[in-house]
Design a protein around this ligand. Structure first.
Ligand SMILES: Nc1ncnc2c1ncn2[C@@H]1O[C@H](COP(=O)(O)OP(=O)(O)OP(=O)(O)O)[C@@H](O)[C@H]1O
Ligand SMILES: CC(C)(CO)[C@@H](O)C(=O)NCCC(=O)O
Ligand SMILES: [K+]
Length: 253
């Protein structure tokens, strides 16, 4: 069974094909405004999948665009995956008091970590927001937290102090973890350090906290657009799995 998987995040949309629970094509991505054009150009080069499965943490117009496009071109079902109300799904037991409150991307990232045999784990999704979820060896979610992502931190700061320069955190830009000391000597570097090094330090401390709570060493599993930069600045050993949410989508039965 071939499935087109789509992950609609706050700032980027990612999609790929899965056969069973394996991702079988390169992961594509685009900004929401370009999504339909990019996806339809890509879809022109593939055989129609048997179904489409999507997850979205926001009510985005892209969802109905996908429904319409798929109905017109393929006529296959589009399934929107949501965090299960029951608190059980994809082999994970959600730790929230009200499970349906947990972002479906957070649940699916944990499903993906479980499918890769990475438990117990600290699952960190460094996207528009940074989320940290602790899941034990029995796939029981122990709760988590939400903090501002790197761009969001800077945007918040600039909203209050507009004269500060904008910093680009993406790999390959001027600043990097290697060439920026924690205690910086110019404004750009100081902003970069206050974003990447400070966030990494907070995440390291949270991992210590998690290990103490679990009385064992959890795997540190990172995903999201800023995972590479943040992992480079963390002291804890970690592994980066760029497609953890899509892998979680694929792992659902
Ligand atoms: N090409 C890119 N365009 C935009 N942001 C990028 C890009 N590459 C890396 N980033 C970084 O990725 C972060 C956004 O992460 P991601 O792409 O995972 O977003 P998202 O999935 O929309 O977020 P969320 O999971 O919080 O909904 C930004 O903070 C930015 O620094
Ligand atoms: C926190 C985000 C925005 C991260 O993408 C998403 O998972 C979300 O909207 N979550 C709902 C709130 C929660 O997870 O508690
Ligand atoms: K995401």
């Amino acid at each position: 069974m071939n499935t087109l998987l789509i992950d609609i995040g706050n700032s980027r949309i990612k999609w790929t094909l899965a056969s069973g629970d394996k991702l079988v094509s390169d992961v594509q991505s685009s900004e929401p405004a370009q999504f339909l054009q990019a996806m339809s150009a890509w879809a022109g080069g593939i055989r129609a999948p048997d179904r489409v499965r999507l997850v979205s943490v926001i009510e985005h117009s892209v969802i109905s665009q996908v429904n319409d496009w798929v109905a017109e071109h393929w006529g296959v079902p589009v399934q929107r995956v949501r965090t299960p109300n029951s608190g059980h799904g994809g082999g994970v037991q959600i730790g929230y008091d009200r499970p349906e409150q947990l972002g479906a991307d957070r649940w699916l990232a944990m499903v993906g970590a479980r499918a890769r045999n990475l438990l117990p784990a600290c699952v960190i999704d460094a996207g528009s927001a940074i989320t940290f979820d602790l899941i034990n060896e029995n796939a029981q979610h122990q709760g988590g937290l939400i903090m501002a992502g790197l761009l969001a931190q800077q945007a918040g700061l600039r909203a209050i102090t507009p004269e500060l320069p904008a910093v680009d955190f993406r790999p390959g830009q001027s600043a990097s973890v290697e060439n920026t000391p924690v205690f910086a000597r110019n404004t750009r570097a100081a902003l970069y350090s206050g974003g990447v090094h400070a966030t990494a330090a907070a995440l390291d401390a949270l991992v210590c906290n998690a290990n103490n709570a679990q009385q064992m060493t959890c795997q540190v599993v990172l995903t999201g657009g800023d995972a590479v930069e943040i992992a480079a600045a963390m002291r804890c050993e970690s592994t980066i799995h760029p497609n953890l949410v899509l892998e979680g989508l694929a792992a659902l039965s």
